[in-house]
Design a binder for this molecule. Structure first.
Ligand code: HEC
Length: 192
């Protein structure tokens, strides 16, 4: 798994995502503990009030799942993106995954802006970069000093999840500071 991840070009983000998404689909319900070492997520906290203090910079629609995702970045991360720099320590990203509102035929409803209309929050994922946070993570999985967290709809941490899975999927994106959404983030930051 890690050897495969290392072979994928960071420029080929869409394929990387599709590759892992496919793997995930195939592996649904499978015990992945044999594929990865178990790395607990004990550092990242859900940032308080992030919907007020962070900036929403991208909405990603997955009509087939169906899901609508809202990507937020704090000011430190937006400023670095505007300057074309890697995110410094203190950068935080939050990604909210919602189920969308459905019409009578159970098809997701699109809003006036073309995005799916969120109904219920399913969970929130968070990435945060702090000095020294990478040191306890094996090099083969390490994403510089980024750490990952996942939170249930009631904001409690999902302690059963394995951080290794987050690290492995984001790992190929070395040149993009491990961020899938680097382009939309930079495009958004430049316009500010
Ligand atoms: C199957 C591959 C995959 C896995 C596993 C994965 N991610 Fe991601 N992540 C993505 C993709 C693709 C995006 C871009 C937004 C989207 O399409 O949802 C993303 C975006 C993010 C973002 C927004 C910043 C960015 O990189 O663009 C955060 C935060 C995030 N993921 C956290 C996590 C956490 C926490 C975990 C583990 C619980 C995790 N991810 C596991 C593929 C993955």
């Amino acid at each position: 798994m890690n050897a495969i991840a290392a072979e994928i070009l960071p420029t080929d983000i869409a394929n990387t995502a599709a590759f892992y998404a496919g793997l995930q689909g195939a592996a649904k319900g499978t015990d992945t503990s044999s594929m990865f070492p178990t790395l607990v997520m004990d550092k990242v906290k859900l940032p308080a009030d992030f919907k007020k203090t962070f900036t929403l910079y991208q909405t990603v629609n997955y009509p087939e799942r169906p899901q609508v995702r809202h990507l937020y970045a704090n000011d430190i991360a937006v400023k670095a993106a505007k300057d074309g720099k890697a995110a410094p320590n203190g950068a935080v990203f939050a990604l909210e995954v919602h189920t969308p509102k459905l019409d009578a035929d159970k098809k997701p409803i699109k809003g006036a802006d073309g995005n799916l209309v969120p109904d219920k929050l399913a969970f929130t994922t968070v990435m945060e970069k702090r000095a020294g946070w990478g040191k306890d993570i094996p090099e083969i999985l390490r994403n510089a000093d980024w750490n990952y967290g996942i939170f249930n709809a009631d904001n409690t941490p999902r302690t059963t999840s394995n951080q290794a899975e987050c690290l492995a999927c984001h790992k190929p994106l070395v040149k993009d500071d491990y961020l899938f959404s680097i382009k939309p983030l930079r495009d958004f930051a430049m316009k500010k």
